[in-house]
Write a protein that binds this ligand. Structure first.
Ligand code: PEP
Ligand code: MN
Length: 360
């Protein structure tokens, strides 16, 4: 059920409707939109009687939502969600395209700061990098844990990059929430429902990656889990699905982007690195992702990919990343979009200060 307030409804009228919904033992989710506020209602197992809500002052209409997802749906919010970050000009889901870049794993302070410096110089907005790695083999590098988060926080200080990093369980989510600007939920955890609920109680935006064999509906229902707990700052990410094709690691499903945009107001990014698994395919698929209308990219970049502790074969080098940034800006322009301004206009100064700190 969804209560659409009239465009001139007052804040007090919105609050009054929310109180009424609570009194019915349900949870209200007021979502302001460009034209009007809509209030999603969750907690009802079956159909709800609309009558008493419909008559309240300020209420436009009460709509029964037939889809299994409610809060992620465009029925609730016709205009696109824009996720903003405190003290930053960077946002996700607005007119311009956002770029997250960095190594698969944070391997050492030197490695992370070197890559961070170079992606910032090329115009990236976020540093990506795993401190907690969900690896297929228990004998593979598992990440530096909190030490990795501290290194990322240092990179933010030096280069002005925002930080996005994965939480693999509730314990790591506590720490990721403390250090990072955005909490990544990986493909392997897309249906880890207790983790999704915990992310829904976090105070930071969530980057939710599509599970390796998740349908569009399963993907949106995972986002619904996060939103149903009260965190409305969710960004989706297509990262490829498992198919019979073996020329790539995964099959990057770019048709998901317009399909999601039709059904949901949430922003969606594309990960051409995990989506292909091959360095030589990252740039073409990054171009295609922007052309298809994605709100941004998350890309693995490593200055020495042959010695990377994870995902070296799909990591591009900083010089290729700089080409990617310039090419996607040209493609975005065709769609009357741009790439968000770089986070650090004076990266040259940061580079000067970094030199003595990091031995090369
Ligand atoms: C990653 O971003 O490094 C990662 C593990 O991605 P995914 O969850 O999409 O496999
Ligand atoms: Mn990776």
């Amino acid at each position: 059920m969804l209560v659409v307030m009239q465009s001139h409804a007052t804040e007090e009228q919105v609050r009054e409707v929310c109180r009424k919904i609570e009194a019915l033992g349900l949870r209200p989710h007021p979502i302001p939109g460009a034209q009007r506020t809509a209030i999603g209602i969750t907690g009802n197992q079956g159909a709800l009687e609309a009558g008493s809500l419909e008559e309240m002052p300020g209420v436009g209409e009460v709509i029964r939502v037939s889809k299994p997802y409610k809060l992620v749906s465009r029925d609730l919010k016709p205009d696109n969600t824009v996720v903003r970050f405190p003290n930053s000009h960077v946002s996700i889901g607005g007119k311009d395209v956002v770029v997250m870049a960095g190594p698969c794993s944070i391997e050492s302070r030197e490695q992370a700061l070197t890559v961070a410096e170079q992606v910032a110089a090329a115009g990236a907005h976020f540093l990506r990098g795993g401190a907690y790695k969900p690896r297929t083999s228990p004998y593979s590098f598992q990440g530096l844990g909190e030490e990795g988060l501290k290194i990322m926080a240092e990179a933010r200080e030096r280069f002005g990059l925002l930080i996005v990093t994965e939480a693999v369980d509730n314990e790591s989510l506590d720490l990721v929430e403390e250090y990072a600007d955005m909490i990544q939920i990986g493909a392997r955890n897309m249906q880890n429902f207790s983790l999704l609920k915990r992310a829904g109680r976090a105070r930071k935006p969530v980057l939710l990656k599509r599970g390796m064999s998740a349908t569009l509906e399963e993907f949106l229902m995972a986002a619904e889990y996060v939103m149903s707990e009260g965190n409305y700052n969710v960004v989706l990410c297509e990262r490829g699905v498992r198919t019979f094709a073996d020329h790539t690691r995964n099959t990057l499903d770019l048709s998901l982007i317009p399909a999601v945009q039709r059904l949901s107001h949430l922003p969606i990014l594309v990960d051409p690195s995990h989506g292909t698994g091959k360095r030589n395919k990252v740039l073409p698929m990054a171009r295609a992702a922007v052309a298809v209308g994605a709100d941004g990219l998350i890309v693995e970049v490593h200055h020495d990919p042959d010695h990377a502790l994870s995902d070296g074969p799909q990591s591009i080098v900083p010089e290729q990343f700089a080409v990617l940034m310039s090419e996607i800006a040209q493609i975005a322009a065709v769609l009357h979009r741009g790439v968000i301004a770089p986070v650090h206009s004076s990266t040259a100064i940061a580079r000067e200060t970094l030199r003595p700190a990091v031995a090369r």
